[in-house]
Design a protein around this ligand. Structure first.
Ligand code: GLU
Length: 303
């Protein structure tokens, strides 16, 4: 396994040249595009990792999974899915398009920005800080790493430049779907800036692979909530490339624009990948290729 991971990093790292780091969040624009790291953890606690697996990065869209799970624990399925749908969109993650043409302003799913902003508005807590702390707490529990925290520079950088997300949020407010734009976006930007490395992601993936039970055996997510999160990973986790990824890799995965991908094989392993050069759809170009190759070589597809 160790040799395989090292060979995969060496093989796929050059593809970074074909991608580009996210530039619309200025703080992410400075990331080194050539980094590529991977970590894999299995239920026996065996861990293998290669490349830049200790490099830290922000969750970005991977946090949409965390927010969804906390909101589901707060309110249950019925409330959440009365406000946000369950269908893939085929549109880019920050698109306004479907929101406006739909008969009701109900974002199509919680993995696109509009849906995630609605989900963030539903997280319970006395203050923004309190609500974000609850998400950080879940990430720490899943990864069994109490050190995990926010990257404040990335948070501030996104908050200052997030015109598109503000447009989405004002549209949602105009339709009566959310109340307070700045407060909701503050929750959303902070959750996006939770900072991890590939090992954290791999342990988080393992927790989902075990239906909400951590490597050390602690249940931190109810089974039905973990199942729901994994289903969204398959149908909507890789933006509007989720169908292609399901065919080529066949494993639940969620990516973010910082270049991270949280992936898993049910009952077998958690996988964390980081490669900040993105393809046109916003997925890590090297990360996707590495995962597809890894899945084929190991026969991991769930289908
Ligand atoms: N914070 C990012 C945004 O809202 C997350 C997007 C992503 O990772 O897809 O634009």
């Amino acid at each position: 396994m160790q040799n395989l991971l090292e060979a995969l990093v060496a093989k796929h790292r050059p593809a970074a040249r074909e991608g580009k780091v996210a530039e619309y969040i200025p703080e992410l624009a400075g990331q080194n595009p050539d980094l590529l790291g991977v970590a894999v953890v299995n239920p026996q606690g065996e861990m293998h990792a290669a490349g830049a697996y200790r490099h830290r990065f922000t969750l970005q869209s991977i946090s949409k999974l965390i927010a969804l799970m906390v909101a589901l624990m707060d309110h249950g399925e019925e409330v959440i899915f009365s406000k946000v749908g369950m269908e893939p969109t085929g549109d880019p993650f920050h698109s306004l398009y479907k929101l406006e043409i739909a008969s009701e302003a109900k974002p199509l799913n919680p993995m696109i920005n509009a849906g995630a902003i609605v989900v963030s508005s539903l997280i319970r807590g006395k203050s923004v800080d309190d609500r974000v702390k609850r998400m950080i707490h879940l990430v720490r529990e899943m990864a069994e790493n109490p050190e995990i925290d926010l990257d404040r520079a990335v948070y501030r950088s996104e908050r200052e430049t997030a015109d598109r997300n503000r447009a989405l949020a004002y549209f949602l407010k105009g339709c009566g779907v959310i109340d307070d734009v700045e407060e909701t976006l503050d929750v959303y930007f902070r959750q996006c800036s939770i900072c991890v490395d590939c090992l954290d992601l791999a342990r988080m993936g393992l927790c989902l692979a075990q239906n909400g039970v951590t490597l050390e055996g602690k249940r931190v997510i109810p089974e039905d909530v973990a199942r729901l999160a994994k289903t969204f990973m398959v149908t909507c986790g890789m933006y509007n490339a989720s169908g292609e990824f399901a065919i080529r890799a066949g494993i639940p995965a969620k990516s973010g624009v910082s270049g991270g991908i949280l992936a898993l094989v049910p009952g077998r392993m958690g996988i964390g990948v980081f490669g900040p050069a993105l393809d046109k759809k916003g997925n890590s170009i090297t990360g996707v290729r590495l995962l597809e190759d890894f899945s084929k070589k190991m026969g991991l597809s769930i289908f």
